[in-house]
Design a protein around this ligand. Structure first.
Ligand code: ATP
Length: 580
């Protein structure tokens, strides 16, 4: 556990490369900023002690030093705040950039290892906690250690009893996280869980309002919500109680330090080992050390959440890179042939090959249906074609050239994909369609919308093509979403168009119309259609049939239906089963 935490700290520090001198400068600034109040306190109490004792010291000089010190403190306060946040934001910018870059390189393995909600929490709350690590922990840690050492040193110079006394109380004060952190973590967990229950109960009640009212369950739901709120409040009260203990503990230790210093001062003064003008200075300066120690303790209470957040961020940053953008040639030709040459592939986290020594060559100008059972590897082939992953063995050739010789950006620009899970961005209908080609004219947009069977429903929307859609905006059905994404892909007008079960949310009439639209596109283009419905497979010119990661046949639907037993059993047989 400890080793793991040390590794995390080292990993985070590794990411601060190039900023370390700046971080050191911030530590020095922070040190001056935190040390000066102690020096001021020391000078004021020493002057007061001297004044009360009637001793003649250089009051004017000390007063002048005090004024200068207060001014420097203000300047360093500003510098400290500015530099610590500047460092944190620069490092976060770098880490966020690395995170998104790593995501692009590791999409297939990523999609299997992390949920998108997890990703959102990493990019928001986890990153904020790491900001806190870079901005407020390293400097406070260095400064606390330094100031405690200096204080104990000065006290030792006055008398070893003072040093020993300060040492004991400082150590006891620093034990606070050891005493309270376990409880605090447990209570934090309970509070989060109970808060989750309250949120779920309220969400259920809002989303299921119709059912609740029609089943006459409102009273029981109200009781459920009230009970979860009461539970949540109870856990917050318990947490507040623990916090009160923590405060009392801190006050007790700091007061005990003051009282014991007073006793020691009295004893040393009586025994002639201490001049009386020092008494006030020792007592007040000793007590002031707890302000910086409180910040230190606060850091350690936050540390467990910082470690958890850092672990998640580092996991993402360390995802294996599946694709390297090492090609140098810009791809800007028409695709004539796509060839798989002994291609095998397995996902990074998998033991078995998902694509097994596959070889085939297909030509443009035809619609090709990629057919096979669920899990046979259709989407994996599409992933490989888009270079979301590279073959583990063998190669993919485009017009006879290795796909890896092209730059990723230019190659991916040559492919449009319409998947079954369509994502629409917040914005208007026309903005969403134009994503495929921002400079397209309104007429071109309307044409592709008509080809994708979307125009008719778009003009029925409140503001037609200018209607707001996407997250939290106007609700449209899954089938309508899919038609918009088809229009978007048609507008991009790429050399290769892949329809990954794009017809799945369409009714049979719209499916026939879409298949017609696809057919019109197929001149000089590669159209690959992954479809489970036999009607869509039949609409293709040729079928690339695969089974369990193996290439089986590339032939017309009619020939496969007559001659290929596996196709008859696994594709036609399933469809008949569904129909009966
Ligand atoms: N990211 C991944 N990591 C590990 N294994 C994966 C990953 N994605 C898919 N697989 C596995 O690879 C195999 C092929 O999956 P793929 O999604 O390509 O099949 P498919 O033919 O497209 O299936 P479906 O028709 O259900 O979409 C399956 O066994 C699947 O479990």
């Amino acid at each position: 556990m400890k080793n793991k935490r040390i590794n995390i700290i080292f990993e985070l520090l590794k990411h601060s490369k190039g900023m370390r001198l700046y971080m050191l400068a911030n530590c020095i600034i922070c040190l001056v900023y935190e040390l000066l109040p102690l020096v001021n306190m020391f000078l004021v109490s020493y002057m007061t002690g001297a004044l009360l004792s009637g001793i003649d010291i250089k009051y004017g000089f000390i007063a002048a030093m005090l004024i200068i010190s207060v001014l420097i403190h203000s300047v360093f306060g500003y510098l400290n705040m500015w530099t610590e946040h500047d460092i944190a934001y620069r490092l976060l910018y770098k880490m966020r950039y690395e995170t998104y870059q790593r995501l692009e390189q590791a999409i297939p393995s990523f999609s299997n290892q992390m949920m998108s909600s997890e990703m959102v929490s990493i990019a928001s709350s986890d990153m904020n906690l790491i900001e806190w690590f870079y901005a407020h922990t390293i400097n406070i840690f260095v400064v606390s250690v330094f100031i405690c050492t200096v204080l104990i040193g000065v006290f030792a110079f006055l008398h070893p009893f003072f040093a020993l006394n300060a040492f004991v109380w400082i150590v006891l004060y620093l034990c606070s996280p050891l005493i309270f952190n376990k409880k605090s973590k447990e209570q934090g967990k309970v509070i989060r869980e109970r808060y989750g229950k309250v949120a779920n109960a309220v969400l259920d009640a809002i989303q299921g309002m119709r059912e609740i009212l029609s089943f006459n369950m409102w009273e029981s739901y109200k009781r459920k919500i009230n009970a979860s709120i009461a539970n949540y409040e109870k856990s917050r009260k318990a947490d507040a109680g623990r916090k009160a203990y923590e405060v009392v503990y801190a006050i007790f230790i700091s007061t005990m330090m003051t009282v014991s210093t007073l006793f020691i001062s009295y004893y040393l003064y009586k025994s002639g080992s201490l001049e009386k003008q020092w008494i006030l200075a020792v007592i007040i300066t000793g007590g002031s050390i707890f302000a910086i120690l409180a910040k230190f303790v606060n850091i350690s209470t936050q540390f467990s959440s910082v470690f958890a957040a850092s672990e998640r961020v580092l996991k993402l940053l360390n995802l294996p890179i599946t694709v390297r953008d090492s090609g140098t040639e810009e791809f800007n030709e028409i695709v004539d042939t796509i060839e798989f040459e002994n291609v095998s592939f397995k996902y990074p986290n998998s033991k078995e090959f998902q694509i097994k020594n596959m070889s085939f060559k297909i030509h443009s100008g035809k619609i090709i249906a990629l057919s096979g059972e669920s899990g046979s590897g259709k989407s994996t082939i599409v992933n490989l074609l888009q270079r979301y992953a590279d073959p583990t063995e063998g190669k993919i050739l485009i017009n006879g050239k290795d796909i890896r010789s092209f730059t990723l950006e230019s190659w991916r620009g040559a492919i449009s994909v319409v998947t079954q899970d369509t994502y629409l961005f917040k914005g208007t209908v026309i903005e969403n369609i134009k994503m495929g080609q921002p400079e397209a004219s309104d007429k071109e947009v309307r044409n592709v919308a008509a080809a994708a069977q979307a125009h008719d429903f778009i003009i029925q929307l409140p503001n037609g093509y200018e209607s707001e859609i996407g997250e939290r905006a106007l609700k449209i059905s899954e089938g309508q979403k899919q038609r918009l994404s088809i229009a978007r892909a048609l507008l991009k007008n790429s050399s290769i168009m892949i329809f990954d079960e794009a017809q799945s949310s369409l009714d049979s009439e719209n499916e026939v119309n879409l298949n017609k639209a696809i057919k019109n596109l197929s001149n000089n283009k590669f159209i690959i259609s992954i479809a489970h419905r036999i009607s869509s497979v039949r609409a293709a010119d040729k079928v690339l049939f695969i089974d369990n990661g193996n290439f089986i046949a590339f032939d017309s639907f009619d020939n496969l239906s007559k001659n290929c037993d596996l196709f008859i059993k696994k594709v036609l047989g399933k469809e008949e089963g569904r129909a009966s």
